[in-house]
Design a binder for this molecule. Sequence first.
Ligand code: PHE
Length: 508
Amino acid sequence: MQLPESQVAVVEAASADEATSVDALAAATELPPETVTGAVFELEEEGLVAVDERVDETIALTDEGREYADTDLPEIRLYEAALEAGADADPVSMGRVIGASGLEGPQVDIALSNYARKGYGAIEGGEITADPDADPSADAEANALDALAGSEETPIDGVEIDDDTLDQLERRGLLDRSETTVREVTLTERAITELMAGIETAETVGQVTPELLTSGEWQDVEFAEYNVEADAERFEGGKVHILRQTAERVKDVLVGMGFQEMEGPHVDADFWINDCLFMPQDHPARTHWDRFALEQPTHIDELPADLVERVERAHREGVGDDGEGYHSPWDEDFARALALRGHTTSLSTRYLSGEQIGEIEPPARFFSVEKVYRNDTLDPTHLLEFFQIEGWVMAEDLSVRDLMGTFEEFYAQFGITDIEFKPHYNPYTEPSFELFGTHPTTGELVEIGNSGIFREEMLEPLGVECDVMAWGLALERLLMLMYGFEDIRDIHGTLCDLELLRDTEVTY
Ligand SMILES: N[C@@H](Cc1ccccc1)C(=O)O
């Protein structure tokens, strides 16, 4: 009989008396394990080999696990420092013991959260005690780390570590479990018969080359069959970040709802970011604490003079018969100062004023999905920059129902159907609403946006004569509701969760 080269090599390397693993066959034939696996499947189908499959579980220490196998677990280092400081007799100040332990950064938290759990002592009111009877040499986790530190990977069947300890180490991120499928191959009777009769190598081609194509030889050769079920090496290809993918999806949804996209500068004059929004110049959000000012250049060159005059008048005198201005200072130089935009509503003011693309006639709908910058304190829901989904609708006679209906329609496209509204205040909208959604795993209400109907004091100076409803929604918060992660830093920055980014499916 004739067989392709790799199959002949496998048949010759395998035996009828003894099962041989794919790895051993790969070594013997000098073929890559994937090729051997493919050949083995083909041979099995031909009835030439029997394949025995089992799943082996192995465990391996993570880098952090290896580090503690070398230097001791942080809680043990804390216990030893506590003993040294006499905490087995009287409580000692925590600061002193931590200082003496040499623990630093996150290791301090790790030590503290495991210390009492493992009976090394107690921590209360800034003081630490050490239990004189605790015995670090009997620490099951430390002993397990030592036992595993010797090899890269250990088959789980061979280790004498109890399940609770293994689970605990896995939870602490000190140990990884993995599964591999081991295939063992034995020749069948039929293979022996064929071998005795003589097996020849059939010329097969594994890959189409330019030469095969140009010479026309491809028409005569026999191609090796692909086995799409064979195990292959996992390949982590590059991929568009889920935030970008979702931003694209949001844009598609809004375009589908009849919106046009706005664009404009990330660095802009306070005039467009704040003054045009009827934000008084002494508003707390306009202090240097909250904005990222520009050092070079500090000011925009030009602002439209007539618009500046109308905006200044609205600030000083208000708009309409009953209008009251802010009676607060207004200074053009202050309005010309440049900063990173804290919201993309600066794009809306540029467009609504007619400065960006000329006069806009109602009905009109505009949006942007762009980055904004705020000097916030970092926490699970705040970053210094995020993406805002800005939007507005200009039409005669808009009401709050139009606003709410638009949100329900928009969020429903992302499977979010339980939006809640809370009355809110913005200097530039009346009424105003904050939007909330429910986090899919924690059940907590998450603020996802801010919205309202632009007030006369804003629209009149911009020269807009009909109603405009508008909003700024946080793209990252939408992602939280869609994919259930709890910390925004899982998707941004150095602490991001690569597995989440790799495996999250963005569905259209
Ligand atoms: N600028 C607001 C969002 C908003 C835009 C337009 C109208 C109302 C609210 C914010 O950043 O929170």
